[in-house]
Design a protein around this ligand. Sequence first.
Ligand SMILES: Cc1cc2nc3c(=O)[nH]c(=O)nc-3n(C[C@H](O)[C@H](O)[C@H](O)COP(=O)(O)OP(=O)(O)OC[C@H]3O[C@@H](n4cnc5c(N)ncnc54)[C@H](O)[C@@H]3O)c2cc1C
Length: 231
Amino acid sequence: MTDNDRGYPSERTRVRRLPKRGVYDRQTLDSIIDQALIGHVGFVVDGSPCVIPMVVVRNDDDLLLHGSTASRLIRHLADGAEVCVSIVHLDGIVVARSVFDNSMNYRSAIIFGRADPLISRAQKIEGLRTIVDHLLPGRWDEARQPTEKELRATTILRLPLRETSAKVRSGPPQDDHRDRQLPVWAGEIPLRMTTLAPVPDPLLDSEIPVPESVRRFLAARARREPIAGRD
Ligand SMILES: Cc1cc2nc3c(=O)[nH]c(=O)nc-3n(C[C@H](O)[C@H](O)[C@H](O)COP(=O)(O)OP(=O)(O)OC[C@H]3O[C@@H](n4cnc5c(N)ncnc54)[C@H](O)[C@@H]3O)c2cc1C
């Protein structure tokens, strides 16, 4: 039986602890990535592990990472280093009757692979547009476009979403049945990222109104839509 027949793409993506929480379908993976703004990018450099927070954005079947062409991290990844990206949404603190069964509700994803840089100007522009509009949908068309110098100074890396896993926990505590009669409160404290009112740059001309992208973002958040959700 191959790893694919078992449902996970490779042995290293097999969830071992509580395997029932392992999820391998693309829909779950995509929704975790699409609602994330950052991920933690792990790699080994000169024999030493390093984990760096970065913006993560999905473009179809790839995860896009970007940074300064001069950055050690970016140069290392662009050279084809093995990379492992971890993304997590913390949804709640699970408060159990026993301290042993206290837990967290979460949606998390891990992506293994090697990234390669986008080369052509058109690919780089498209990649940057995807990244900018992921952070704030519609912002690309409102702001100044990158100069040739800025484009040269930026590397955009594409990591294929091939070797991936997701792990999800939701719902109430899973206390041992003998503990369920204890007179101890149990439940969940939901956690959410919130948005506050935008703060204009002190240097901003006060005549310039809050743009459409920011207004739409705030309206979507007021409707309790996810921070960076695409659907
Ligand atoms: C929320 C968030 C999003 C980010 N998004 C991006 C992104 O999309 N692209 C990007 O290039 N950079 C991003 N950064 C910055 C990124 O985390 C690194 O700081 C940057 O890439 C460092 O590059 P470097 O080559 O100079 O450092 P490196 O040579 O990679 O790091 C050298 C050393 O500096 C220290 N260091 C580096 N970064 C950090 C850090 N963030 N916190 C604490 N210590 C650190 C570590 O000790 C590390 O070993 C983001 C940071 C945050 C917090």
